[in-house]
Design a protein around this ligand. Structure first.
Ligand SMILES: *Cc1c(COP(=O)(O)O)cnc(C)c1O
Length: 395
C-alpha cells in the first residue's frame, strides 16, 4: 500500500479512472474538500446548501423546489426515491434488462411494494409498447427506469413517451440518472419525469457521498398523502426537508466535505455549460468508440441507444478479459472493468465520465488497449484504432 515511508500518510497511486465510476476528481474539487468545516447550521453552510440547490436545478433542467443532495451515494438516492414514493402494497414496475433496474426492484420490495417487471434484452432500452402492455396488465402506481444502465451501456430513449404512458395511468415515474446526469442530455421538466436521482462520483467527478435528487410537486404531494410513515427514518423526505427546506432545522449533520466538493463540481458544470458538457462527452467518447471499432472490436450496443458515458466493448475471441483488465491497471494505471451478470466475460466496460472524459485519456487508453489486445493474441489492428481515435478528436 502506498504510504509516505516517514510520515505514514496515504499517497494514493496515480490512476486514470475509466471504469463505471468513480471518475477522476478535478483538483478544484479536491481543494474544496480540504477547506475548513463549519457547523451544519452555520449561515455560511446554509448559503453553500442554497448554492448547491440552485446549481442542481440547472443540472436537472428543473424548477422543482424539492431539489437537494442526499447524504449518501447513488444507492441512497435510489432508496430515497422508492422509499418515499412507494407505499406498502403498491405495485411497482421496474426493468429487468440490467443490474441497476434489478436493484430498483430490491429496494421497492423493501419499501413494501409488489414488484413487477418489464423486460428487454440486456444491452437494449425498454420499448414503450412493452411498457404500455405492462401498465395495462399490472396497473402499477410507480414506474422506475434507468437512463444510463451502467451494466450494459444502454441508454434509455423515448423518455417523454414512457412518462406519458405512466401518467395516462395516474402513475409516478422515477428515473435513475446516476451514470448519465451531467454527461448525457436529460431534461426533467420537459420530459415529465416525477422523481430523478443521480450520483456525485460519475459524470460530476465529485467524491461519492452527496447524491442529487429532485421531486416535482405531484410526487411531493404523494409523499405528504402517505397513510403509513416512510419506513426509513434517515431518508424520509419530510424529515430531510426540515433541513434542506426553508426551515433549516437539524435533521442529520450535513456532510460538509462532500457538499463543498459537490458545489465546486457543479460550478464547473455551470462554467462549461451543460449542453457543451453533453457535447464534450459525445465527442470524447465518440473518439473512444471510433478507436475500438477501427481496431476491429465493436461496441455491444446499437448506435441509436449508445451511452457515451459507459462503453461496452466486446471481448475479442480467444482473449481473457481479466488479464487485459489487470494489465491495463498494472502497466498503465488505467481502470476499466468487465461485464456483469449475463454479459460477464463478453464485454469490457469503459467509462468516459466527467473529468475523465478528456482527449488525452482516450488517446492513452486506445494505445494501451490496442497493444495489450494484440499481445494477448487478438486479431486487432491497433494502429488503425489510434489513427481513428486521433482523427475523431480533431473534429
Ligand atoms: C453507480 C450506479 C448506481 C449506484 O450508485 P452508488 O453510488 O454505487 O451507490 C445506481 N445506478 C446506476 C445506473 C449506477 O451506475
Amino acid at each position: 500500500m502506498a504510504r509516505n515511508s516517514e510520515t505514514d500518510e496515504l499517497v494514493p497511486p496515480d490512476r486514470t479512472l475509466l471504469g463505471p465510476g468513480p471518475s477522476d476528481a478535478h483538483p478544484r474539487v479536491l481543494k474544496a474538500m480540504a477547506t475548513p468545516f463549519v457547523g451544519y447550521l452555520d449561515d455560511y453552510y446554509v448559503e453553500v446548501m442554497d448554492d448547491v440547490q440552485e446549481l442542481l436545478r440547472m443540472l436537472f433542467c428543473t424548477d422543482n423546489e424539492y431539489t437537494f443532495a442526499v447524504s449518501g451515494t447513488g444507492s441512497a438516492a435510489m432508496e430515497t426515491a422508492f422509499a418515499n414514493l412507494v407505499e406498502p402494497g403498491e405495485t411497482v414496475l421496474v426493468p429487468s434488462n440490467g443490474y441497476f433496474g434489478d436493484r430498483m426492484g430490491q429496494i421497492a420490495e423493501r419499501a413494501g411494494g409488489e414488484v413487477v417487471t418489464v423486460d428487454a434484452p440486456w444491452g437494449e432500452p425498454l420499448d414503450p409498447d412493452d411498457v404500455a402492455a405492462a401498465f395495462d396488465r399490472h396497473e402499477p402506481t410507480v414506474f422506475g427506469f434507468v437512463h444510463g444502465e451502467t451494466s450494459t451501456g444502454a441508454r434509455q430513449t423515448q423518455i417523454p413517451e414512457l412518462a406519458r404512458i405512466a401518467h395516462d395511468h395516474d402513475a409516478y415515474v422515477i428515473a435513475d440518472t446516476v451514470a448519465s446526469l451531467g454527461g448525457v442530455e436529460f431534461r426533467t421538466d420537459e420530459w415529465g419525469v416525477d422523481v430523478v436521482y443521480s450520483g456525485s462520483q460519475k459524470c460530476l467527478s465529485a467524491p461519492p457521498g452527496s447524491s442529487p435528487i429532485t421531486f416535482n410537486d405531484r410526487a411531493v404531494q404523494k409523499v405528504h398523502d402517505r397513510e403509513e410513515p416512510v419506513r426509513s427514518w434517515y431518508l424520509d423526505l419530510e424529515g430531510v426537508w426540515e433541513y434542506w427546506g426553508a426551515e433549516r432545522n437539524y435533521h442529520h449533520t450535513g456532510p460538509t466535505a462532500t457538499t463543498y466538493a459537490l458545489r465546486e463540481a457543479l460550478r464547473m458544470v455551470e462554467e462549461e455549460g451543460l449542453e457543451d458538457r453533453w457535447a464534450r462527452h459525445r465527442r470524447v467518447a465518440g473518439a473512444l468508440k471510433a478507436g475500438v471499432e477501427a481496431m476491429g472490436v465493436p461496441l455491444n450496443v446499437d448506435d441509436d441507444h449508445w451511452l457515451p458515458t459507459l462503453n461496452p466493448v466486446q471481448v475479442p475471441d480467444g482473449v481473457d478479459d481479466g488479464r487485459v483488465i489487470d494489465r491495463l491497471m498494472d502497466e498503465h494505471g488505467i481502470e476499466i472493468v468487465g461485464g456483469l451478470g449475463a454479459l460477464s466475460g463478453d464485454i469490457f466496460r469503459v467509462g468516459c465520465m466527467g473529468n475523465s472524459a478528456r482527449p488525452e485519456n482516450i488517446t492513452h487508453f486506445i494505445a494501451a488497449f490496442g497493444s495489450i489486445l494484440a499481445e494477448e493474441g487478438a486479431d486487432v489492428d491497433s494502429d488503425a484504432g489510434a489513427v481513428a481515435a486521433a482523427r475523431a478528436l480533431e473534429e
